[in-house]
Write a protein that binds this ligand. Sequence first.
Ligand code: PMV
Length: 327
Amino acid sequence: MQQASASAPGKLMLLGEHAVIYNRSCLVTAVDLRVHVRMEKTERYITINSSTTEQEYCFTRSELLSFNQAIPEEISFVLAAIVLILEKYNMYHGIHVITKGPKNSFGLGSSSAVTVATVRAMSEILELSLSQREIFDLSYQAVLNVQGKASGFDLAAAVYGGTLYFCNARKEIIPLGVKKVPIVIGFSGSKANTVDLVNAVSRLYNKYPWAIESIFDLIQWIVDEAKGKIISNEWEDIGKLMNLNQGLLDSLGVNTLSLSRIIFSAREAGALGAKLSGAGGGDCMFALVKEETRALVRKAMEEAGAQIVDLDSNVAGVRIEEITSER
Ligand code: PMV
């Protein structure tokens, strides 16, 4: 039987969160927090071993397609991707999957990474020859089936890697070809619930549609302005745009005291800009730094309560790590 192993990176939202759900655009970079999915075609059962929970789950194809079991949360994205592909291509194989990801993903995109790596590995063992765009579209559909609402920017980062401009209105993904993004990432210590925060912004939107639309338009302007600046490495300007974006996120109610403390400490220690990343309510923030102030900014962030997350950004997208054929 053929086996394939694929890996996909996590993501760090640079600018544009929340507004991107409302058909605006965002900038995102892929980070080196890879999730690995090893897959083998089998006769009948669909079995999933998750290294996070150290548990094995086993289903028949018909159990899966009729969704008559409660799907455990930790394997929901993998299962959604498998079901979608088996149904779409009318396949009757069993599949054995082993997923391996970081113990703590800091809200940096492990769900999107595992979904994309699953689709890529399936493409290999079922010989589907899916293009990057098809991997993105299938992964996006799988995530919508689990989560209901999502822009898909994190899946774009997991598929294409690098640093991207993601336009939700047209689901347009533009690789920016940047060489590096000089940042320090800090984890605030608490996990955020993206769906709750997206719903909270939606309630605010329904109450004050004109005001929130205007905030989203401003965020779109910031993202478009930053897109040009990032290509030409104009970091001082990008720092200012990050701070503007942070103020607007604060007005949407997704900032927290602990994120704020870290953000202000980073700025006071010489960061060019600092903002939260993702849904807010906890998880990570990041600071944009000049190399000469990097150490000072790191220290200030730590003193303000951050756990520094040392990860390369702008890394490669989904890839096959290994293929083996056993007879
Ligand atoms: O919380 P995260 O890191 O998954 O980011 C969510 C970003 C949102 O714009 C709030 C949601 C989305 O799907 O774009």
